[in-house]
Design a protein around this ligand. Structure first.
Ligand SMILES: NC(=O)c1ccc[n+]([C@@H]2O[C@H](COP(=O)([O-])OP(=O)(O)OC[C@H]3O[C@@H](n4cnc5c(N)ncnc54)[C@H](OP(=O)(O)O)[C@@H]3O)[C@@H](O)[C@H]2O)c1
Length: 367
């Protein structure tokens, strides 16, 4: 007998995207919602954050680094689950390979195993990243990638391996892989509630801590908002959308180059009196060899400000020399109403928010 109401299980529900997706399914009201978090403390925090809607959700602890993470998802529940949205992952670019393997790769394997034990499953949606294709250049289609181009860091490698785990081990499952671009803001207002490498790099530039940046001026950068990703992933989780790989990313014509992003950021920085007063210069773009020499050279000054600043940038440095042309025609066909925001307006609004709030330290602006 099939379940009367769809039952969706979201992993990583305490994280930035998982929480938004959980809230989205709760707000719809037509799904029964099961949210998984890594720890007990995470369960309390999520219940508090989503209240009062959390009273309608079942919040379950499932540490994907454990050998059998879903023991609290009992057999009766497994028989009722119709959708799994897998958003849990260690998302730091400087994660070590062993933790990335344990959580992102083997953890995804556990999710696939769970999916197999759900007889009424209509969709397994796996959140991936556009960097799961690693250092691959040129046109990248919405199809599985073999990882042959190599990777800039262990995070990317693990997300590539996790995709292959879904594709290879889940060949008889209704899977979808959503390769998400870099989330720079919650929405087009530029409001930022989660900082990532993009925001941290701009912060180092604003405070004059980076005199060199890795990258080529013409490298295209793919930006999205948290709202747009949540909407797209929720819709792709519906079996009405065909399964397969999707690029939840703008197409090349709606991207900015690294140089254009820096121009917009520094134009906004220079409107700030404190920034102008310090006469901070715009960092130079270094070729790959020079940047690697610099990182190697300052590693003997571990603990210094310059070393710490470079350590933030180094894990994704190689990616800044890679020109990807993401094809998103499958996304366009599945979600014709999906629109990429104007990239210059989005970056300007985001940098404005970051400068005004001093990267979240002036909390009254963030609220
Ligand atoms: N945000 C982006 O710009 C972006 C871009 C591309 C792709 N993605 C992908 O989208 C997904 C969600 O990203 P996000 O931005 O929401 O990341 P996030 O805020 O870091 O959330 C990740 C979640 O995974 C959980 N997690 C980590 N280790 C775990 C473990 N051992 N067991 C169970 N849960 C664990 C974290 O819980 P704790 O906090 O308790 O550790 C956290 O709640 C990830 O797969 C990421 O690769 C995100």
């Amino acid at each position: 007998m099939s379940p009367s109401r769809p039952v969706v299980l979201v992993t990583g529900a305490g994280g930035y995207l998982g929480r938004r997706l959980g809230r989205r399914f709760l707000d719809r009201g037509d799904h029964e919602v099961v949210l998984t978090v890594r720890t007990e403390a995470g369960r309390s925090a999520l219940a508090h954050d989503l209240a009062p809607a959390s009273a309608r959700a079942q919040i379950v602890v499932a540490d994907l680094g454990a050998p059998d993470p879903f023991t609290d998802v009992d057999e009766r529940l497994r028989r009722r689950i119709t959708h799994i949205v897998h958003a849990a992952a260690v998302t730091r670019f400087n994660v070590d390979r062993e933790l990335a393997r344990q959580v992102n790769v083997e953890g995804t394997g556990h999710v696939v195993t769970l999916a197999r034990q759900c007889p009424h499953l209509v969709r397994l949606a796996h959140l991936s990243t556009v960097y799961a294709t690693g250092l691959r250049e040129g046109v990248i289609l919405e199809e599985p990638d073999d990882g042959a181009a190599g990777f800039a860091n262990a995070y990317e490698w693990s997300k590539g391996a996790a995709e292959r785990c879904v594709v290879d081990q889940g060949d008889d499952l209704p899977w979808t892989v959503a390769r998400v671009a870099t989330v720079v803001a919650d929405d087009e207002s530029g409001r930022v509630t989660q900082h990532n490498a993009f925001h941290e790099t701009l912060k180092l530039c604003f405070y004059g801590l980076l005199s060199l940046l890795p990258g080529r001026a013409d490298t295209p950068l793919y930006f999205v908002t948290g709202d747009a990703v949540t909407d797209a992933v929720a819709r792709l989780s519906d079996p009405a959308a065909p399964g397969g790989v999707y690029h939840v990313a703008p197409d090349r014509s709606a991207t900015l180059t690294l140089e254009q992003v820096l121009d917009l950021a520094f134009t906004r920085f220079e409107q700030d009196e404190e920034f102008r007063h310090k006469r901070i210069l715009r960092p130079l773009l270094a070729d790959r060899e020079s940047f690697e020499l610099l990182v190697g050279g300052v590693s003997s000054f571990a603990g210094s400000l310059v070393h710490r600043a470079l350590a933030n940038v180094a894990p994704f440095a190689r990616q800044m020399y890679v020109a990807k042309v993401l094809d998103n025609r499958r996304l366009g066909a599945a979600l014709p109403q999906h629109r990429a925001p104007d990239p210059a307006a989005l970056v300007t609004a985001t940098v404005d928010h970051l400068v005004e709030s001093r990267w979240g330290r002036r909390s009254e602006v963030v609220a």
